[in-house]
Design a protein around this ligand. Structure first.
Ligand code: ADP
Ligand code: MG
Length: 223
């Protein structure tokens, strides 16, 4: 019994399997993120340091090598979990995601990111925002690139709009999106929606219902 318990206490604990990476909590309280596809995470770590230096709330990076990043663990629910658990906070959370995008609008893009233009997260949905004790923290910078900020906002909108929710939850999503749209969405974001749709549909196999929902939003944005 005792040796086995000791073993368990020394092992890293699988915290999450994200879209592309496995995330472990170490016994010392730090978090390890390791790509399942063998991606070199050092650019992501470098970007996180850059963001922190510009006042964007991201986990503090302890170290990074060719296989993994070790970073601060931020306790707290994801914004998506908070939305499920406390639907009455939907408008406030929608405003918060809009404000995070506006904060990113002001950050210079580092030269080492691919593409041209401003800094883009490219996967900033409520599952990549951890609501920590000191406020929201943005995680998962692996897809970051440079381009038009409107595209980043359009991708966030699209992710929330086409995600599956139970019919009774639709008003909650509506309230979240109402506040998000009022906070950051403008004509340029609507113009970026076809490009956002191409990125989303190109990323993973999507079912027919989602493809239809993506088309409806593209259509709405063109009207
Ligand atoms: N520093 C962190 N602190 C707390 N939770 C984290 C942290 N980094 C990642 N997570 C959790 O792990 C999940 C997966 O990590 P993420 O970086 O999003 O990987 P993926 O690219 O595979 O989606 C996140 O959605 C988040 O819930
Ligand atoms: Mg993620």
């Amino acid at each position: 019994m005792t040796p086995r318990l000791r073993n368990v206490a020394h092992r890293d604990h699988l915290l999450a399997r994200g879209r592309e990476a496995d995330v472990f909590l170490r016994p010392d309280g730090l978090l390890r993120k390791r790509s399942r596809s063998g991606r070199d995470p050092r650019p992501e770590a470098e970007l996180m340091r850059h963001l922190r230096a510009h006042g964007i709330p991201v986990p503090r990076v302890a170290e990074a090598d060719a296989t993994e990043i070790v970073m601060e663990y931020v306790p707290g629910p994801r914004m998506s979990q908070e939305l499920d658990a406390k639907p009455w906070r939907a408008r406030r959370l929608g405003r918060q995601l809009a404000r995070l995008h506006r904060d990113l609008d002001a950050v210079p893009a580092p030269d080492f990111l691919p593409g041209d233009g401003a800094l883009l997260h490219l996967d900033l949905h409520p599952g990549n925002v951890v609501l920590g004790p000191d406020g929201p923290v943005l995680v998962d910078w692996a897809d970051a690139a440079r381009g038009d900020r409107s595209l980043d906002v359009a991708l966030s909108w699209l992710a929330v709009e086409v995600g599956r929710v139970a019919p009774l939850r639709r008003p909650v999503r509506g309230a979240f999106l109402g506040a998000f749209l009022a906070g950051r969405v403008d004509a340029a974001v609507r113009r970026a929606m076809p490009a956002a749709a191409r990125i989303r549909l190109g990323r993973a196999r999507r079912d027919a219902a989602e493809v239809a929902a993506v088309s409806r939003l593209v259509e709405r944005c063109s009207g």
